[in-house]
Design a protein around this ligand. Structure first.
Ligand code: 5GP
Ligand code: ZN
Length: 113
């Protein structure tokens, strides 16, 4: 069920434009508007889930994680590698309350913070 005021639900519904990279029945992936690396994709479930603590649905987590290699291959960075980040809560800097994986790569990345 889409949440009326959720930006990412609006993106899934096509009410807010995005550059789509990949989609299947359960998930949707698009370019981050403010990339922190040469490749920066956001991968989200089509079902609204606020953050990583809000579901025990293993299928959703599986779909999100299985999609990363598929998307990396589409981006041409499967061999060079990539990083996945999930933010939760204030200290992480999470600004959108619809769970999302950041997939970043396309260049050598800095150290984890
Ligand atoms: P968070 O900090 O919540 O983990 O990450 C949210 C991400 O959403 C940020 O990297 C930000 O650049 C991205 N973002 C925010 N608004 C938009 C938008 O309207 N379109 C797209 N494509 N990305 C957005
Ligand atoms: Zn949402």
């Amino acid at each position: 069920m889409p949440i009326k005021d959720c930006l990412f639900c609006k993106i899934i519904d096509g009410k807010v434009p995005c550059n789509k990279v990949y989609e299947n029945e359960k998930i949707f992936a698009f370019n981050d508007i403010n990339p922190v690396a040469k490749k920066h994709i956001l991968i989200i479930p089509k079902r609204h889930i606020e953050n990583i603590g809000q579901t025990k649905n293993l299928e959703i987590f599986g779909e999100l994680l299985i999609s990363t290699d598929i998307i990396a291959k589409k981006l041409g960075i499967l061999d060079s590698g990539y990083r996945i980040i999930i933010n939760k809560g204030k200290d992480s800097g999470q600004i959108i309350d619809h769970i999302h994986l950041h997939l970043i790569g396309g260049e050598t990345l800095g150290l984890l913070n």
